[in-house]
Design a protein around this ligand. Sequence first.
Ligand code: SF4
Length: 328
Amino acid sequence: MSQPLLEVKELKKHFPITGGVLGKEVGQVKAVDGVTFFIREGETLGLVGESGCGKSTTGRMLLRLIEPTEGEVTFNGKKITSISGSEMRKMRRDIQMVFQDPYASLNPRHTVEKILEEPMIVHGIEKNSKKRKQKVRELLEKVGLSSYHAKRYPHQFSGGQRQRIGIARALAVKPKLIVADEPVSALDVSVQAQVLNLLQDLQKEFDLTFLFIAHDLGVVRHISDRVGVMYLGKLVELAGSEKLYEKPLHPYTQALLSAVPVPDVEHKKERIVLQGDVPSPSNPPKGCPFHTRCPEAMDVCKQVVPKFQEVEQDHYVACHLYEDNKSI
Ligand code: SF4
């Protein structure tokens, strides 16, 4: 089994809430509250949860687009949470991001050629302009577009094509890790499948490692080797894809999965409808953050935060039901 390329330890992001005339800190939004995971070289880790659970903030902290409040991120043996800003800018050649809304992330006044050349210039990848333009054409073909698209502007493309341009821009600097933040959520279902297939093909061809963020467990199923589920800023379950979908242990994962359409009628599970809304991350519940909505909640859940622990090989859960492997 390959080595971890990325290791994240107890990562936190608490945003201050200020109030009053003096703008004093009156509270904190615990957007990410101590997540720990690793991604092996060449694998895809899916990170899933409802909107506001902290998954995108986690992704952005890996590139330090958002500075963590606490915790460590180690990439390729280097602790990136403690390097300088200029070292981090260099490191971004190895870690690239693909965004949910490709239109917002592509400069509307630049041609596709200029958009794809820019990261190569910033990272000094190809100094010769003619060769760089040739690389742009090759990249466009790699992502399923044509070389004549180089002279066009982002508004002349469909959503799916724009996402392909976003992927080509990430690939332009030959990264090792791509953080893909909901890369298909804004696309039609038929186009989603094409973009997912493209990402898988590119992964094989360029030995890429992916952190794939999505709000839908159905989307990450086929692309991920392992999947992590987040709730209110914490990871509640993390396991190999097959294991997680066949035998989810955490009541939250079970509820999320019961809402995913299953083509095989025999295996159709009863839908678990969660009561109530997700509590505010500025005022999370005491004890297990899920206890206000959990159908299995016990007294201990209201008082004690469950540990995120390995309950079976490579299967981590934060739930009192599985402490000392009781319910497995
Ligand atoms: Fe439910 Fe308790 Fe497990 Fe939390 S710790 S998920 S409240 S059973």
